[in-house]
Design a binder for this molecule. Structure first.
Ligand SMILES: *Cc1c(COP(=O)(O)O)cnc(C)c1O
Length: 464
């Protein structure tokens, strides 16, 4: 064995303790740590011929890169939709690394960590009050979950037309309807060979809303004359957290032949709160659902889940089976995750989710979700009473979409740069209803009312 490697093997405990201490010092300071990075280095160091061991690697990391680590897991990182990591999720994630299972199977010999993934998916269905007839699994993010679900949808449309698309390829374009699809669904359509420009946009209820106009949707469906299609609906849009009416769509599904996909990457968490669960009423009848883990579940990147109705199992296997490997056996007989989703070898991604679900339970998550929502409302209240700011949409859940009063796009960007430069809070730009705006999305378990006040103060500093 390489001498340095042998040395590190002998000192594994000290090395892991050092790394843990490094991480703990980040966590201890996370409330005060900047939400924007210092200047990045562009002097890249070469690959060493002889390595210096883990301890020296840590020293070099600390010296060159540590200051670039922003408090993205902290309480005031409100850009995009960025979750943090609960203590138990970190425990599970560390152990997932150490155990390094290649999570696949649920019976037989060898690695059986898939059983824990099954149990985790069951807990998630319970958390979201989803019916039991979904088959679920972990992928790296909502983008990949949308891809996974829409891949099965593609196979379904093919079957309706008598074509096995997984084998023969996409024969012709077919209709895909949506009102406000997330950019990642459009990306998934391009990856799936369905053509990102083949989405037929259905209008929303009115220009200030992002929820689909059900009557307009039904008109479009009737124009299709019975042709099978895919509907991508929103379970929480990123700008204004608007929801397509799932109950109404479930009704349409009884009349027309289509695949119904719901992108509920973070909005799915409304299901945990009795006060907001109505926003998703009916979503359990969808053919497939996307929910993110690394957002509101507060597990580390990369984590998301797909839920596809179990009755579509064969379509799912046809799409994702790793069929040229006879040693893997019959995919329907011998369950293995690699036949149900894009990845073959897989990280034990369920473990951090398993830990955090066990640690905090349904009540723990209800509290996080409701707290973040009330904080978003608190910020929304401040904005609507301000002389300087205005809301671009009412605060429906956990996201505040706002802009500067009587200002052009340049002024809005200047303001955003200022507050982001403060390092106290991070928000991201958007465009809504013809106006440049700013989004603050609250999905971090650490955030307190005090954090919202800190941000309000920074916002006032940045306009004065
Ligand atoms: C974040 C998000 C996605 C993409 O998720 P990733 O985890 O970044 O891949 C998709 N849809 C919605 C509604 C989202 O909020």
């Amino acid at each position: 064995m390489n001498k340095q490697l042998q040395y590190d093997l002998n000192n594994t405990r000290q090395l892991l303790t050092q790394a843990l201490e490094e991480g703990l010092s980040y966590l201890q300071n996370i409330n005060a740590a900047p939400t924007s990075a210092a200047k990045a280095t562009t002097d890249f160091a070469p690959l060493p011929t002889d390595g210096a061991g883990g301890s020296d690697a840590l020293s070099e990391f600390r010296k060159r890169f540590k200051d670039l680590m922003v408090a993205s897991a902290g309480p005031r990182y409100w850009g995009f939709v960025t979750g943090g990591t609960t203590p138990a999720a970190i425990m599970g994630d560390m152990l997932a690394t150490i155990f390094d299972q290649n999570t696949q199977t649920v019976k037989g010999h060898g690695d059986l960590s898939g059983i824990i993934e099954f149990e985790t998916i069951d807990m998630l269905k319970e958390l979201f009050s989803l019916p039991d007839d979904f088959l679920g699994g972990f992928v790296t993010g909502a983008t990949m979950s949308n891809f996974t679900c829409l891949g099965v949808a593609r196979q379904w449309v093919g079957k309706q037309k008598g074509v096995d698309i997984a084998k023969k390829g996409v024969p012709s374009i077919f209709p895909i309807l949506s009102a406000v699809p997330h950019s990642s669904s459009i990306k998934a359509l391009s990856m799936l060979g369905l053509g990102s420009s083949n989405i037929q946009i259905v209008k929303t209820i009115d220009p200030t809303r992002e929820a689909i106009d059900i009557a307009a949707l039904e008109e479009k469906i009737q124009l299709l004359n019975g042709e099978p299609f895919i509907l991508i609906s929103s379970g929480g849009t990123v700008n204004t957290v608007d929801y397509d009416d799932a109950q109404a769509i479930a009704g349409l599904k009884e009349k027309y032949n289509f695949w119904w996909h719901v992108d509920a990457a973070f909005g799915g968490f409304a299901a945990i709160s009795p006060a907001y669960a109505h926003l998703l009423a009916g979503w359990g009848k969808a053919d497939s659902i996307t929910v993110d883990g690394h957002k509101w579940l507060n597990v580390p990147y990369e984590s998301a889940f797909f839920f596809v109705k179990e009755k579509h199992k064969l379509l799912q296997v046809e799409t994702y089976q790793n069929s040229n490997a006879p040693y893997l056996g019959d995919p329907l007989e011998n369950f293995s995750f690699l036949n149900f989703l894009p990845e073959n070898s897989r990280r034990f991604k369920a473990l951090p989710a398993w830990f955090t679900l066990k640690a905090y339970g349904k009540e723990g998550y209800r509290e996080i979700v409701e707290r973040n929502i009330s904080q978003a409302m608190q910020l929304g209240e401040f904005i609507s009473q301000s002389d300087y700011f205005e809301l671009l949409a009412p605060v429906r859940l956990n996201t505040v979409c706002f802009t500067l009063k009587n200002s052009d796009s340049i002024a809005v960007q200047t303001f955003l740069d200022r507050i982001n430069d403060s390092g106290k809070v991070f928000m991201t730009p958007t465009f809504f209803n013809g106006r440049k705006g700013i989004r603050a999305a609250l999905v971090n378990w650490r955030t307190t009312e005090e954090d919202v006040k800190i941000v309000q103060k920074e916002m006032m500093k940045a306009v004065s």
